[in-house]
Design a protein around this ligand. Structure first.
Ligand SMILES: N[C@@H](CCC(=O)N[C@@H](CS)C(=O)NCC(=O)O)C(=O)O
Length: 209
């Protein structure tokens, strides 16, 4: 099986690519623009009418939403143990974090990077953007408190939730007045540990120091 992944640097497709690397699966990348000025291709819109990536194609079938793609991929290769299995007591916590990342944290980033989509008129964009910065701080604090002194998001075992955590930390941007990852010591510790994995070094380059 070879997967195809609609892909752009700095996008959520990078996390899915790390998952494919961790699962040792072959894949091809379909370079995709996520610039606001570049129209989405009809091919991408036919697969995901939102015009977002990642989209993963497997055996001709598309899946979008990075949390769903990640869970689906991990479940296909249970021996690699990148996610707790469906009857594992940790399964709920794994899903909790993936859903929280997708619905809350990613949304706060969208508010920051695409403020115009969250208000009727451009007069309100600055307000949305300011709120997004506080929202990012609030949400990362929730994650940081939950991690405590654990090694990984799920405690002792590395999982795809840690890959998503890492990916989301790479979106924190001083240019957008976002908080620094260093403000969240537990998140930062896990992000550094994830950045050292060969899969992450391959996809992201050398990763953060
Ligand atoms: N909820 C979606 C969000 C995906 C998303 O926001 N993708 C961004 C790249 S990180 C994108 O395609 N942005 C282009 C746009 O919003 O126009 C997911 O988790 O896959």
């Amino acid at each position: 099986m070879t997967y195809s992944l609609y892909y752009a640097e700095k996008s959520a497709a990078m996390g899915v690519r790390v998952v494919l690397e961790e699962l040792n699966q072959p894949y091809t990348l379909i370079p995709t623009s996520i610039d606001t000025d570049t129209p989405r291709t009809p091919e991408l819109l036919a697969l995901n009418p939102n015009g977002w990536i990642p989209v993963l194609i497997s055996n001709g079938s598309p899946i979008y939403e990075c949390g769903a793609i990640t869970t689906w991929l991990c479940d296909r290769y249970p021996d690699i143990r990148l996610a707790p299995g469906v009857v594992d007591p940790e399964r709920g916590r794994f899903l909790q974090w993936l859903f929280f990342f997708s619905s809350s944290l990613q949304n706060a980033y969208q508010m920051s990077y695409y403020s115009d989509r969250f208000c009727d008129t451009s007069d309100h964009e600055a307000s949305v953007k300011r709120r997004s910065i506080n929202r990012l701080r609030e949400l990362w604090q929730v994650v940081d408190d939950a991690i405590g002194d654990s090694d990984w998001m799920l405690g002792e075992d590395f999982s795809a939730a840690d890959i998503h955590l890492f990916m989301l930390t790479t979106w924190l941007s001083p240019a957008h007045d976002h908080p620094l990852v260093e403000e969240f010591a537990n998140v930062h510790r896990i992000a550094i540990a994830v950045s050292k994995r060969p899969s992450v070094r391959l996809v992201y380059g050398t990763g953060p120091a």
